[in-house]
Design a protein around this ligand. Structure first.
Ligand SMILES: Cc1cc2nc3c(=O)[nH]c(=O)nc-3n(C[C@H](O)[C@H](O)[C@H](O)COP(=O)(O)OP(=O)(O)OC[C@H]3O[C@@H](n4cnc5c(N)ncnc54)[C@H](O)[C@@H]3O)c2cc1C
Length: 503
């Protein structure tokens, strides 16, 4: 028994919450293991709307605590990772049929003032007949508003937290499922299985954290053989990707007749990301996908406002995710709280912390609260530290991304501007590590299509747990969206053959 290794925290789930908790705890000096059954962020955390936002519409549900915390977090996160998180302006054409203008104005006033906004510009009113933001909007909409929120590369946010955790000493295990956890002599005996080799490993842990997102109840019952007073409510949300159809970097936000709001965001340069839906879900989270009715719903909501009409054939891609919401008993899926809650089970001195709900936006605060919650079991652990810290790659002076790219342009004059921006946005200050040794384009190795070169692939394989072609094409980068099916296929063959064989 004594030769089984013992850790302080065992975290189940490599989504944003598990990765955030692992980093926070490891930075306080705790010995941490995180296990993820698939790839990092393969669950909900790569399928979000990719906004770091207060959530304007949550004000209608009186979620003031959540909105305030999220608004404060926007600027904290912006400072910590200005390469993957950036400000975005949102244009809201006013539709008198849906909400009165005074209500929208009041909501935006609160939104501007609830969260100690410092960097982001405030709200302004728009005359859609005159202001350029109104150009693509139908003439019947004359008034509008514009306000600030932030954009985030959600999958990379998870990876950066995992990298940060590993740099503080955490062990990150992907493609590793936690199959069983049992209390034994005041601690947890945890078993996990390597999903690629089938190898089983056992560790002891002083505390177990269940950050399973949509799988939280499965982990409580099947894996940990426990019970929880709380329940998760699964709500599906889908997005469509179409070619971008307006000029400018701003996003749009339109109100629908069912009181829902639909975001129309610039995505990956020449594309637009449109979402989302809110549909109760009872299937397996692994199998979630967008239904044709959701695609039609999103197209109709957009076509109500824009001169250019989107057709089904414009849809390049769809994706869907399952929100793991805390079940607060609300009937309407849009009204279920987006706030998070914990359930701490301290039976026989071996704590189990189950996490319900949460947003990408509030992950850092959630992680801090979660580690504080189990802090009494670790009197030796360090204080809160993440608010002032930089995520890996975010070590950019004054969080000034524009100044940073200018310095990189001087350092790498041979790198085409588009590729420099691509590396800058994905890897921030760590792009120098990816480019180490290269002095010309030839130094980047094979080109697979779009902006994907061998040097980047090797970087994410060696530093970011990328283990399959899909990890590289759709989570570490989004280059899969820009490559042809033949290019993706050729890349997958190279990855599975030449690269993995050599590894
Ligand atoms: C459509 C949609 C839009 C959204 N938009 C936004 C937005 O714009 N902004 C925002 O802030 N939030 C948004 N959210 C919410 C946000 O995405 C989620 O709250 C967040 O990603 C949940 O993260 P998580 O870590 O709890 O879950 P997940 O990311 O699902 O992570 C849980 C992980 O646990 C792993 N796991 C499960 N069982 C086991 C096991 N036995 N062993 C090992 N690993 C296991 C899973 O594989 C999974 O990777 C959106 C959500 C959806 C669905």
């Amino acid at each position: 028994m004594t030769d089984i290794p013992m850790v302080d925290l065992f975290v189940i789930g490599g989504g944003i919450n598990g990765a955030g908790i692992a980093r926070d705890a490891a930075g306080r000096g705790l010995k941490v293991i995180l296990c993820e059954k698939d790839d990092l962020a393969q669950g909900t955390s790569s399928r979000s709307g990719k906004l770091v936002h207060g959530g304007l519409r949550y004000l209608e549900y009186y979620e003031f605590r959540l909105v305030r915390e999220a608004l404060i977090e926007r600027e904290v996160l912006l400072n910590s990772a200005s390469h993957i998180i950036w400000p975005m302006r949102f244009v809201l054409p006013h539709s008198p049929d849906d909400r009165p203008a005074w209500l929208v104005r009041l909501g935006l006033f609160l939104y501007d003032h609830l969260g100690g906004r410092k960097k982001l510009p405030g709200t302004r009113s728009l005359d859609l007949r005159r202001d350029p933001e109104g150009a693509p909007i139908l003439d019947q909409y004359t008034k509008g508003f514009e306000y600030s929120d932030c954009w985030v590369d959600d999958a990379r946010l998870v990876v950066l937290n995992a990298v940060g955790a590993a740099e503080k000493g955490a062990e990150i295990l992907t493609r590793t499922a936690c199959t069983s956890a049992r209390r034994e002599n005041g601690h947890w005996r945890v078993e996990m299985r390597d999903e690629r080799t089938g190898a089983v490993r056992t560790v002891l842990a002083r505390c177990l954290i269940n950050a399973g997102g949509p799988w939280v109840n499965d982990i409580v019952g099947r894996v940990a053989g426990s019970n929880s007073r709380r329940n998760v409510r699964l709500v599906k949300g889908s997005h469509i990707i179409v070619p971008k159809f307006w000029d400018g970097d701003h996003a749009y936000l339109v109100q629908n007749h069912d009181k829902r709001v639909i975001f129309i965001n610039p995505y990956e340069g020449d594309k637009a990301l449109i979402g989302t839906t809110d549909i109760p879900y009872e299937g397996r989270p692994e199998e979630v996908k967008a239904d044709e009715s959701e695609v039609e719903y999103l197209l109709a909501a957009v076509n109500r406002y824009f001169k250019e009409k989107l057709r089904r054939s414009d849809v390049i891609e769809t994706f869907s995710g399952v929100r793991p919401l805390f079940d607060d008993g609300q009937g309407n899926p849009s009204a279920v709280t987006r706030d998070y809650t914990f359930d701490l089970d301290e039976t026989s001195g071996a704590p189990l912390l189950n996490i319900f709900g949460g947003k990408i936006t509030t992950f850092r605060k959630l992680a801090e609260h979660a580690v504080q919650k189990v802090g009494k079991f670790f009197p030796e652990m360090g204080p809160d530290w993440t608010a002032e810290s930089k995520l890996p790659g975010g070590e950019i002076e004054n969080a000034d991304f524009v100044g940073f790219t200018e310095r990189m342009r001087e350092a790498y004059p041979w790198l085409p501007r588009g590729l420099l921006h691509h590396y800058g946005h994905l890897y921030g200050a760590r792009m120098t590590k990816l480019l180490a040794g290269a002095t010309s384009m030839a130094g980047l190795g094979r080109h697979f299509g779009a902006k994907l070169y061998e040097a980047e692939v090797r970087h994410v394989v060696n530093n970011e747990w990328a283990l399959s072609a899909e990890d590289v094409l759709f989570r570490r980068t989004k280059q899969g969206l820009h490559m042809s099916p033949a290019e993706r296929e050729a890349f997958a063959q190279w990855f599975d053959g030449e690269l993995l064989r050599a590894a």
